[in-house]
Design a protein around this ligand. Structure first.
Ligand code: FMN
Length: 332
């Protein structure tokens, strides 16, 4: 089975499907996709292919082949094409890919390194392999682990916890704060209205002024914090998705914070209560009237450990195909 490939673009290049080829077991050929590598304006700059599955032939010949026309070399287009093919391979549940290159082809070896490959070995090409007949004798073998990224994302999701303890004074580099905010801004938003805005605070004086109004105090020892702003505008007909938008952005940021080794907590209840702490915080940060400050996320390295909240079991909250018949659903 071949999957749709229309999404194989990264804003710089796109892979245009030329053809697919079914497996030919008698030749030990695996199913394959063949693509033109194009700039986003459609100009063809090369070609690449992906073979699905593994056997002795793909170990020597690789799962991926690529070529870039001479005038377009030097832009890392081949490595970009490989990364797009990794997406397609992951869709086929492939856990790793092999790319091989001629030991004399340093440009191709560099592409493998740029695309994140691990050098495995330089292997001799067996005499019954077509490449042997072409005069080739050895290949450098690179392996690309496709499960690593998947596992990292899932582990950030499963390991995130609300941390309400003390933080170490170690500063959070601007670069990390920026990556966390970028993760927030990458979240989906209703009708793409992008109603969420963010202010990271790492200036100790400003943090002190914010903490002076947050009652009861939270995240006081964190060396940085991110304040989440929203604009409650209509996205579609009479629908305002501002809450959904900022909730998605906050969760993305909490996951990025976890992935980068920091801790945080979603403080919204504290600051949006009737005492309107969020409004006072917004004034300190010079936030214009049309924005509302709705959440405060301390960011830092934890001194202690988060408390594990009691979570209901999977069976109490999630089912397949239908809500369970009455009597089987656990009481909330
Ligand atoms: C909308 C929202 C508002 C929250 N506001 C607060 C808050 O004001 N103070 C607080 O200590 N935790 C707050 N939390 C964190 C929750 O208490 C926490 O997510 C929950 O207890 C589950 O724990 P966990 O995050 O470790 O899974 C908030 C979470 C959400 C989603």
């Amino acid at each position: 089975m071949f999957y749709p490939t229309d999404d194989l673009t990264n804003g710089e290049i796109l892979l245009r499907l030329a053809r697919t080829a079914e497996a030919m077991p008698e030749k030990r050929w695996l199913p394959a996709y063949y693509f033109d590598i194009c700039l986003t304006d459609g100009t063809k700059i090369g070609a690449c292919d992906l073979r699905i599955g593994h056997n002795d032939k793909t170990y020597i010949g690789g799962n991926i082949g690529y070529a870039i026309a001479e005038q377009y070399r030097g832009h890392r287009y081949a490595a970009q094409a490989c990364r797009l093919l990794f997406r397609l391979a992951a869709r086929h549940r492939m856990e790793y890919l092999i790319i091989t290159c001629d030991p004399a082809n340093t440009a191709s070896a560099l592409t493998c390194q740029i695309a994140g490959g691990q050098y495995v070995e330089t292997a001799s090409i067996p005499e019954d392999n077509e490449m042997y007949a072409e005069g080739k004798r050895e290949v450098m073998i690179y392996r690309f682990d496709l499960t690593e990224g998947r596992e990292r994302v899932l582990s950030a999701i499963m390991n995130r916890r609300s941390y309400r303890g003390k933080f170490l004074p170690t500063p959070v580099p601007r670069e990390d704060l920026r990556r966390i905010m970028e993760a927030g801004l990458a979240a989906p938003s209703g009708c793409n209205r992008q109603t969420t805005s963010l202010i990271a605070v790492d200036d100790p004086e400003t943090l002190k002024r914010l903490h002076a109004v947050i009652r009861p105090p939270v995240g006081e020892t964190a060396p940085a914090a991110i304040c989440v702003l929203t604009r409650r505008i209509i996205a579609y007909r009479d629908r305002c998705f501002a809450v959904q938008d900022y909730a998605a952005a906050i969760e993305n940021m909490l996951l990025a914070i976890t992935a980068l080794g920091y801790e945080s907590c979603w403080y919204e209840g504290h600051i949006t209560d009737t005492d309107r702490i969020g409004e006072q915080m917004a004034r300190i940060l010079g936030v214009p009237e049309e924005y509302e400050l709705v959440c405060f996320l301390p960011v830092g390295i934890a001194e202690g450990r988060p408390v594990e909240p009691r979570k209901k079991t999977f069976e109490e909250r999630a089912w397949f195909n239908a809500f369970p018949a009455s009597g089987n659903a656990a009481d909330p």
